[in-house]
Design a protein around this ligand. Sequence first.
Ligand code: HPA
Length: 274
Amino acid sequence: MTYEAAEAAAQAIGEASGREAHDVGLVLGSGLSGFVDDLPGAVAMATADIGFTQPKVVGHVGRAVSAEVGGTRLLAYAGRVHAYEGWDLSDVVLGVRAMALAGCQTVILTNASGGIGAGLQPGDLVAISDHMNTIGRDPLVGENDDRLGPRFPDMSTVYPQNLRDVVATAAAAVGIEYKEGVYAWQLGPSYETPAEIEVLRRLGADMVGMSTVPEAIALAHMGVPIIGISLVTNLAAGIGTEPLSHEEVTETAGQARAKFTALLKDLIPRIPLA
Ligand code: HPA
């Protein structure tokens, strides 16, 4: 069922976009959707028309866009579905599974996060070096579909070094300091308490957020390498002194828009394709 739904979505994307296949996928996090607004050769598709669940969070736009960035065929989703909305994780990961079946050889997962690691500041763009799933949910629970991947997928190189090197090269080219860190997934929608953040800090987390990890697991299952880019929109609870708010998250994302766009536009054509 899941495989068929992802395959049907991939086919609908091919038909709606007029592009037979795509090379790179991009999922845009909170406040970062504007990236798709000015892409060359862009074809916008309503995600409802291609069989996706509709995101329900303010600031999350349900659009899929096909475009070409420096010769690379890009399939981008402006907005994603989150587990905290109440969806089953198989719904949360349907979109990235469709990306893989649409031909994407690498998927860029972006998100907004709270900064935990020393030296991280709001506005920083951080490459995800690894992630932590501490909440006990996994999109692969249930019967395994061997067409997607193996029952027990390896998770030791989800964010491969060679792709992080490409991000570092792109960051240098556009004049952004390269940083990397470990991203911890929290279910949300409540933000964390200072005690919870202290636990995550001691476990080695640098950023915390409510997305990305389910998609990363589903893509790793299918053997698709990932570039993770996290925009630190606030200091995590207890790291800073300010109360957390979604407005702060979207405001910081808006301020970082130019930097984020420059990095992605430089990065996407650099991603090696088979
Ligand atoms: N915690 C969880 N998710 C987030 C945060 C945070 O501090 N900032 C942006 N998304």
